[in-house]
Design a protein around this ligand. Sequence first.
Ligand code: CIR
Length: 256
Amino acid sequence: MFTRAIVRIPGSNFADGLTTVDLGIPHFDEVLHQHARYCDALRECGLSLTILDPDLRYPDSTFVEDAAILTPNAAISTRPGASSREGEVAAIRPVVERYYSRTFQIDPPGTVDGGDICEAEDHFFIGVSHRTNQEGARQLTAHLNALGYTASTIDIRAMTTILHLKSGISYIGDNTLVVMEEMAANPQFARFNLLRVPPAESYAANCVRVNRRVLVAEGFPQLHGELIARGFSPLILNMSEFQKMDGGLSCLSLRF
Ligand code: CIR
């Protein structure tokens, strides 16, 4: 069960952030509206929110998930792979430290983006990507092992359609892994019940279990139907403006 989440309101320069997709420029009013609705959804799931002010130094800083990894007993400050995002870690660390006394960090030359880290019960999948490097994965594995977790890596560098590991997979509890079709054959996933996301809906593979609900992006009826068929309770959110900046549902909050 999660009780809290940290979010950051998008800044007026949100559209200056990094993106690899060509879906147009986000409309700022709609960005704020979708973010407010996302916050309401987390509250509906029972979470108390710590809402941070916009940070105009970092246009991508609303994607708070990339700057820290939170486990029940410890927090790990990351070291984002994009240089424009490096400073986000120092900006969020004091907030995380309000809630965590045990902390670790990723040191140079390691890089890790939180979006590459997928926790499935006591195991962490670490995506090695164009943001998270092998050295970052090595350091993170050592920290996770010290905390009693296991970890393994999944190399996504050859996959051109996803930015982070969690753009393509999500663990939603009940031994169920939501996975985009392209990744479903990975033998590391053999022990899970797989909920395969068809290629036309692959953006929705980034969903988030928050207590009794599963947050999932709007506009992906096949996945919504499959979640319901398997007994999950989807909470559907319009993510169009965040998708334009390569962002998914998980990256907008740190849940703990
Ligand atoms: C970036 O490219 O870093 C941001 N525009 C999007 C980050 C999305 N984060 C995530 O999926 N965890």
